[in-house]
Design a protein around this ligand. Structure first.
Ligand code: AMP
Ligand code: MG
Length: 353
């Protein structure tokens, strides 16, 4: 299949291309597009055939549900059984924006889109190109991240092209995305509501709106220092080709540990890489040292993380080490993705227990 590639910005939309993209979606085709979080791979959320195509293009297991993207509150009514008060409160506070809520689905949403679940995940993005595309497409776009399953989510169109060119109808290049990590997912079908995936909208922000919120047990297990309990968590997500290890503890101990291991790895013929901050980078002796941002700027780290992971692939790095980051606020989301990328391989150094 030939993939049509078009470029536009939020400020200067290409209306003709958007109209064409909307037509492709309405006919059951797939279009990748920018959002404020990461690039999405879109299909008509109400068409089971489109959802099947999304799973096939990504190589994603079909029991991993898709998020339905809408452009206005009116659209929500058709795809959920009822809209609880909490949903209005969350929408008021965070929509349009990087927050996804899970609600009981209506019959309009096929099981192909929800991975067989009775619930549907819904988000209203704030990116203008995404919103216009949703309007042009009939109002409901199912869109997971536009990457091959298992790889880091794309923050630039060139990574979408790398993974999906030839497999989908169209790619809209909208430049670098703003946030760089996927949306926060909050499940409103449980009491209290549960955070299923941390993101830019933090636990504290959700608490201000909802009162009590809890973490999904799977995240608690995965983030603990013990081996994960749920078997699915052993699988790597967002993963670079090289083997990634997170080294956590006091900075001096982390640097010493990583440099020692880099040297050993290189003696064995490995190509080594380190994910560092602008503050620590000069201390590392690996062949490739990539700065993900400043330790004092979590937004910068979030925005650069997936790109840095992809760049190690381009360099052919086979052993990667990363510092750990503070797990508070946006740091929760950063560490959540990094842990998955590392397959939960974490080494604690120093006297940090
Ligand atoms: P991605 O599309 O790559 O951003 O991933 C979407 C995420 O949303 C997946 O990890 C799903 O597990 C989650 N998700 C989507 N729909 C639901 C749902 N109905 N219930 C729980 N999680 C969901
Ligand atoms: Mg994804």
């Amino acid at each position: 299949m030939e993939t049509k590639i078009v470029s536009m910005t939020e400020e200067q939309p290409d209306r003709e291309a958007l109209r064409l993209a909307g037509e492709i979606l309405q006919k059951g085709g797939l279009v990748a597009f920018p959002t404020e979080t990461v690039y999405g791979l879109g299909g008509d959320a109400l068409n089971p055939e489109s959802s099947k195509k999304i799973y096939a293009a990504k190589g994603r297991p079909s029991d991993n549900p898709l998020i339905v993207h809408i452009a206005n509150m009116e659209a929500l009514k058709k795809i959920v059984k009822e809209i609880p008060r909490e949903a209005y409160l969350l929408a008021d506070a965070f929509w349009p924006g990087p927050m996804t809520m899970v609600l009981p689905k209506s019959d309009a949403v096929p099981y192909e889109t929800t991975g067989g679940l009775e619930t549907v995940a819904v988000r209203m993005p704030v990116h203008k190109t995404a919103l216009e595309l949703i309007e042009c497409s009939g109002g409901y776009i199912a869109a997971p991240s536009a990457n091959t399953s298992g790889k880091p989510s794309p923050t630039l169109a060139k990574y979408v092209i790398e993974d999906l060119a030839g497999k989908i109808d169209m790619i809209i290049d909208g430049g670098f995305v703003g946030i760089g990590l996927e949306s926060t997912i909050i499940d409103l079908t449980t009491t209290p509501p549960q955070i299923l995936r941390p993101g830019y909208i933090t636990e504290e922000m959700l608490q201000k709106v909802l009162g009590k919120v809890e973490w999904d047990q799977a995240i608690i297990d995965a983030d603990s220092k013990q081996a994960p309990r749920a078997p699915g968590m052993k699988y790597r997500h967002y993963a670079p080709k090289g083997e990634l290890t997170i080294v956590a503890g006091p900075e001096a101990d982390v640097i010493a540990y990583i440099n020692r291991h880099v040297e050993e790895d290189e003696q064995k013929g490995e190509k080594t890489g380190v994910i560092a901050t602008s503050e620590s980078a000069a201390g590392y002796r690996a062949q490739v040292v990539r700065v993900v941002g400043s330790i004092s700027n979590e937004e910068e780290i979030a925005r650069n993380l997936y790109g840095v992971l992809r760049e190690f692939d381009e360099d052919g790095v086979t052993r990667i080490y990363s510092e750990g980051f503070w797990k508070e606020g946006l740091g929760e989301a950063i560490m959540n993705r990094l842990l998955k990328a590392a397959g939960h391989k974490v080494v604690w150094v120093g006297n940090n227990k």
